[in-house]
Design a protein around this ligand. Sequence first.
Ligand SMILES: Nc1ncnc2c1ncn2[C@@H]1O[C@H](COP(=O)(O)OP(=O)(O)OP(=O)(O)O)[C@@H](O)[C@H]1O
Length: 339
Amino acid sequence: MINRKQLNDLTINEILNQHPFALSFFTDNKLDVEGFQDSTFISFLEHFTEEERDEWAIDTTKLVEDIIIYINNMLDFLGIKNENTVDSLTIISGFDKSGQKENFDSITINKSEIISIVGPTGSGKSRLLADIEWTANNDTPTGRSILINGEKPDKKWRFSSGNKLVAQLSQNMNFVMDLTVKEFLELHAKSRMVENEEQVIDKIIDAANNLAGEKFNLSTPITSLSGGQSRALMIADTAILSTSPIVLIDEIENAGIDRKKALNLLVSKEKIVLMATHDPSLALMADKRIVINNGGIIKIIKTDKQEKDMLMELEKMDDIIRSLRDSLRNGKRINHISC
Ligand SMILES: Nc1ncnc2c1ncn2[C@@H]1O[C@H](COP(=O)(O)OP(=O)(O)OP(=O)(O)O)[C@@H](O)[C@H]1O
């Protein structure tokens, strides 16, 4: 379903791309949108002069209401449910561990943004992720509230198992099921009703093996995967199969996998990604970072050009560390640094 705020954010082109049937609304109402493709519907309506509005009996308020009703009726009629679209996530401030109000009023994170969460151990990074996962409504220890698309989220997000708002990758991933990797992935693929199951499963295993050191295959029991391998499998599974619009990552660096590749796999234009991290390279890969201390958000820093330049230096250092780690794993002596 579309609401007024979402309509306000869309250009005519975007409206037509997302809802091609809207063209008949424009034609039926004799609205010639030619030349206004990059304007919003509201600014298109505003271009009419007072005289034109009178002459053609254009009632802008009514047209805005009507197009929303028209699109929603058509979506209903066509059986298209796009109510899972999440364009923005807003965090409304709560209180730190000492009961002081947090140092911001609200932050809105938009689709396709990556946000890192940094702060000392025990400062409340995981708590913030948990608030988002639970779509907190002043009912968690922090007193924060979460809005989805600028509105109080539907309770369905908390309890639905199929349509999850959030895909979460947490630090500890323990499998207890007696299944092979293939059976596990088949179960997932079936529950998500994918059509080309075999292909999707192959894609996941390839992606997972590309992240983990030691390769595993479809017949490996999931209980015998190492920590890094199971994490790689979950990351690939989330990236390829999950339809959740928000991805929360808690400390990807503890996983013994290629973190940069993992993040690139998880990031997609359609999603919002939040990741708690202690790692400077990962933190700077984000568009912004939320700084937490004593349970409260104390700052939000935008990653500027200078920091992005630093990121390139950090990546060179990471490459050195990675090659030293590989040498160590392969039983070699560490007696020189190769750049
Ligand atoms: N604003 C708050 N009010 C009350 N308790 C809080 C608040 N923020 C965090 N906590 C609590 O503080 C504890 C530590 O927080 P959390 O586990 O989120 O830290 P962390 O930053 O993720 O640590 P690490 O880096 O070690 O993973 C948790 O029990 C959490 O519920």
